[in-house]
Design a protein around this ligand. Structure first.
Ligand SMILES: Cc1ncc(COP(=O)(O)O)c(C=O)c1O
Length: 386
């Protein structure tokens, strides 16, 4: 089989769809007005922003007034967590999980340094939060749960509906970082008790640097920034209009294709997992079924993930070891440690994340290349004895 170039790092970011680029371009060219301007050009652009808000709301089962455009997942998480703490105005208790993205974990650690108490719930071997443990951790001053919808490294899905029920019962705000879930699996905010949801366009074939925060009607946070009145003062600053238009179209298209894409990617994922687990001393990380349709995370014992990545890169395959944001660090990923992997096993982990463009031929190629790369590295591994 001749060399191919395969991108299997869609959880890091995705290519922007052609239709989305086309829809954004007029807002850089002729429709450059400021949506706050009263003239005709400004009003036209304002209409585009509000239409994008309606589309975004529709895709999530929300109301347009519940959608706020932000600079991405990181900002949505910060606005929610810091904003809720600021609104509270006195120390309180937050419950999160130990496998959150750093855009939640690090905010929680800072809030802890500022006097709040934070419980970082452990997860099971598959990366699932235990709802009974969550319930048991509640104290009278618990004001927020922040539990991610789907993990960015191992793809494990959390029981959002059950967590929402507990939140409702105890009148605690519930934030979910759904950056990896939105666009991969359907979500209906009318049927979930979620108060805040973060999403990011570049994970579903939209542009980078634009995201949204869903904030349920009636939920309130104190804004982090002062300035203009944009986004109902929650996120002041002139709107990223091309980004907003791109986000809403990318989301609309992703949601329209969600079932077809899910089936297709699940089939590819199943084939990949079967093929990779046929390599000796290889384990699957994350839940076997309750996982994102596009996520495959495996550990190849006795070898280093970074060396595997380089070997794959030479063969034209782009993947990731742990989360892209944390690579470069020598510590094993906090997620792989939390699910109980020992350091050497965690260091031999690779995340392959599928996307729209991947085909059966890509998977066939991958399953030819990976065993070869792993075998070559194991031959020079001091701990491997075939
Ligand atoms: C789960 C999760 N949350 C937050 C983020 C950050 O999103 P953004 O890059 O839009 O700031 C990411 C990005 O990798 C993510 O995977």
């Amino acid at each position: 089989m001749s060399k191919r170039n395969i991108y299997m790092d869609h959880s890091a970011t995705t290519p922007v769809r052609e239709e989305v680029v086309e829809a954004m371009l007029p807002f850089y060219r002729e429709l450059y007005g400021n949506p706050s301007s009263v003239h005709a050009l400004g009003r036209t652009v304002r209409r585009a922003v509000e239409e994008a808000r309606e589309k975004t709301a529709l895709a999530l089962g929300a109301e347009p007034t519940e959608i706020y455009f932000t600079a991405g997942g990181t900002e949505s998480n910060n606005i929610t967590l810091r904003g809720a703490a600021k609104k509270r105005g006195k120390p309180g208790h937050i419950i999160t999980s130990s496998i959150e993205h750093h855009a939640v974990l690090d905010v929680c650690s800072e809030l802890a340094a500022e006097g709040h108490r934070v419980t970082f719930l452990p997860v099971d071997h598959y990366g699932r939060v235990n709802v009974n443990q969550l319930q048991a951790a509640i104290t009278p001053d618990t004001f927020m749960f922040s539990i991610m919808a789907a993990n960015n490294e191992i793809g494990t899905l959390q029981p959002l509906a059950e967590i929402g029920e507990v939140a409702r019962e105890h009148q605690i705000l519930f934030h979910t970082d759904a950056v990896q879930l939105v666009g991969q699996l359907p979500i209906d905010l009318k049927s979930l008790n979620v108060d805040f949801l973060s999403l990011s366009a570049h994970k579903f074939n939209g542009p980078k640097g634009i995201g949204a925060l869903y904030m349920r009607k009636g939920a309130k946070v104190t804004p982090l920034y002062c300035g203009g009145g944009q986004e109902r003062k929650l996120r002041p600053g002139t709107e990223n209009v091309p980004g907003i238009v791109g986000l809403s179209l990318a989301l609309e298209l992703a949601v329209a294709e969600i079932e077809e894409k899910r089936k297709r990617l699940e089939a590819l994922r199943t084939k990949m997992i079967k093929g990779l687990l046929a390599i000796s001393e290889t384990i699957l990380n994350g839940h076997p079924e309750e996982r994102l349709p596009n996520n495959v995370n495996v550990s190849f014992k006795h070898i280093e993930g970074e060396a595997i990545l380089l070997g794959l890169d030479l063969e034209g395959i782009a993947a990731s070891s742990g989360s892209a944001c944390s690579s470069g660090s020598l510590d094993p990923s906090h997620v792989l440690s939390a699910i109980g992997l020992d350091h050497p096993t965690a260091h031999g982990s690779i995340r392959f994340s599928l996307g729209r463009g991947n085909t059966k031929e890509d998977v066939d190629y991958l399953l030819q290349v990976v065993p070869r790369v792993v075998d070559k590295l194991r031959r020079i591994s001091p701990t491997y004895h075939a």
